[in-house]
Design a protein around this ligand. Structure first.
Ligand code: NAP
Length: 251
């Protein structure tokens, strides 16, 4: 019989995070739906409740140390020790290097890298105590380099280095850490990218699909499926990996 687990999914009010939260709940986990604004988490929580699962809305800026400590304590008290963590919260502040502001660099580093560091450090205490943990970090194909994304590509490459180090340090406690590097997934984030470059979103999606080996763009469910595998009880010998979920080879 499997043990009931508690999962924390950051940036889960919408997009990929919301789908990952719904999927982990369907897999039988209690899920803390974490996002900047607690009220924005309600629709994900309601979806999970309607499907018969258990979820809690938690407002938290993942780059704020005190807020992260308080959020993880609240999750542990109300749902149980968080032994599954998906560091998904993310933002983009795209611009060509010569136009990129220091504030845009810092904002992206803060949410992706500082946020994942703070969340992981807070949750690993519970994982080590429980002698079980599953950490999944959202990287991106942009980690390989992408025009206009000096900040984001550096952060997403950083997520891969963080993942491998977590795998090495925490493995002895039965804690695994893996990264998912999505290609183009249809969400508000990619809609914003289309708007920034002045291309109609439908045309943008068609153009990406034409260049993708499986001839379609990605959906949040494609990422949720990979996250479900990495978080599963049976994936305990898979650690420190980066899985490109991009409709073709990107490595
Ligand atoms: P999204 O639709 O923009 O959702 C991101 C969520 O993160 C939003 O709900 C956002 O809240 C939240 N968030 C932002 N800053 C936060 C903070 N400091 N603390 C807590 N939550 C915060 O993005 P997505 O497309 O689902 O992307 C999810 C993850 O996948 C990101 O890490 C992204 O970089 C990565 N990814 C996405 C794609 C893609 O094609 N979509 C490809 C590769 C990687 P607000 O709504 O309040 O801002």
């Amino acid at each position: 019989m499997s043990t009931a687990r508690t999962a924390v999914v950051t940036g889960a009010a919408r997009g990929i995070g919301a789908e990952v939260a719904r999927r982990l709940a369907a897999d039988g986990m209690s899920v803390a739906v974490v996002d900047l604004d607690e009220s924005a988490c309600r629709s994900t929580v309601e979806d999970i409740a309607h499907a018969g699962g258990t979820a809690l809305a938690v407002g938290c800026d993942v780059s704020d140390e005190e807020a992260v400590t308080a959020a993880v304590e609240r999750v542990a008290t109300e749902l149980g020790p968080p032994t599954v963590l998906v560091n998904n919260a993310g933002i983009i502040r795209d611009n060509l290097l010569f136009k990129m502001t220091t504030a845009d660099w810092d904002a992206v580093m803060d949410v992706h890298l500082r946020g994942a560091f703070l969340m992981t450090r807070a949750c690993q205490a519970h994982m080590v105590q429980e002698r079980f943990g599953r950490i999944v970090n959202l990287s991106s194909t942009s980690a390989l380099g992408n025009r206009g994304q000096a900040n984001y590509s550096a952060a997403k490459a950083g997520m891969q280095g963080l993942t491998k180090t977590l795998a090495i340090e925490l493995g002895r406690y039965n804690v695994t850490a893996n990264a998912i590097a999505p290609g183009f997934i249809e969400t508000d984030m990619t809609a914003a990218t289309a708007a920034r470059v002045g291309v109609d979103f439908e045309q943008f999606k068609e153009a990406v699909a034409r260049e993708t080996p499986v001839a379609r763009i990605g959906r949040p469910a494609d990422i949720a499926h990979a996250a479900s595998f990495f978080c599963s009880e049976g994936a305990g010998f898979v650690s420190g990996q980066v899985l490109y979920v991009a409709g073709g080879p990107r490595d």
